[in-house]
Design a binder for this molecule. Sequence first.
Ligand SMILES: NC(=O)c1ccc[n+]([C@@H]2O[C@H](COP(=O)([O-])OP(=O)(O)OC[C@H]3O[C@@H](n4cnc5c(N)ncnc54)[C@H](OP(=O)(O)O)[C@@H]3O)[C@@H](O)[C@H]2O)c1
Length: 329
Amino acid sequence: MSVRVAVTGPTGEIGLSTISALEGHPEVSEIVGMARRPFDPAEHGWTKTTYRQGDILDRDAVDALVADADVVVHLAFIIMGSREESARVNLAGTRNVFEATVAAARPRRLVYTSSVAAYGYHSDNPVPITEEVAPRGSPEHYYSEQKAACEATLAEVTAGSPLEVFILRPCIVAGPKATALADAMPWNQLPGPVRRISQALPLLKPPFPDPGTPLQLVHHDDVAAAIALAVTTRTAPPGAYNIAGDGVLSMSEVGDALGARPLKVPRAAAVATSELMTRLPFVPSSLEWLHAGRTSVVMDTAKARDLLGWQPKFTAAETLSALSSAVGA
Ligand SMILES: NC(=O)c1ccc[n+]([C@@H]2O[C@H](COP(=O)([O-])OP(=O)(O)OC[C@H]3O[C@@H](n4cnc5c(N)ncnc54)[C@H](OP(=O)(O)O)[C@@H]3O)[C@@H](O)[C@H]2O)c1
């Protein structure tokens, strides 16, 4: 087999690891990546990959990207952004990628990275949650709402098409080359000297609330391996696959590893904060992430292991430790 792969968003945290995994796969002959920034694949020592600057909002650019591909991998997304900007790129841009892939003659498979957030933060979610549960999203959290909406668009656009559609739903991705979780912590946005002083004195460390919600993490290389499997598998059936490393972490463990002072708070406080926020007339998009802390959404990953043959190399704890070492927390 000789597979040509088109990838949107190859310059992102998951994208870089994904291209590395595809470069190393003997059945992948050619990779074409597209995102907006200037980028040179040769600087990474990659030999199968070419890159073009383009925006997924530009349908002509997307049509050209997917035209010669056997498999299209859609990663481009705005994760941290305003509700308005992210909606524009994520909903319209993702629809462009799905519609262009269905319309093109050559692609036979589409791999889309959705997210655990697509399930939404519902108190009646089963724990652990399996792929049989419908991705309902949570309207009060823009990212969750958009991830669920993109899955609905995917079902609508690909209905009746022969395209093999693989949907991966990773939990939070982290590791030395995926530091967004650490970067998003407010204290890591302080100027370097102030941050270092507060890190050196435990009492000055910022408090990090832990309402008892367990958290899953997955290493970027393990997500990349899952994407490479979805691109090349000849045995796994199309469909949705949960992706998470072994084990769960407490928010205290995460806060501690990333340089904060964990502070246990009642679960009811997280629920009350979330409920209050849904009633406020305006909530900054960055604060909408607090909704994610109110409910446990722990995924069952047996399907990815059994059918896709996915074997994560890193546990959640190992992933956190690798992230912590990389950011010097
Ligand atoms: N990171 C996580 O914890 C996580 C967890 C679960 C699922 N996911 C999903 O996995 C996918 C990849 O995430 P990531 O962590 O790699 O995100 P990321 O680091 O923020 O990268 C996003 C990528 O999308 C590209 N992009 C954004 N807007 C674009 C546009 N209009 N046109 C073309 N390219 C555009 C960016 O490149 P330019 O800026 O150069 O355009 C970049 O390559 C996303 O769908 C995300 O929702 C991520």
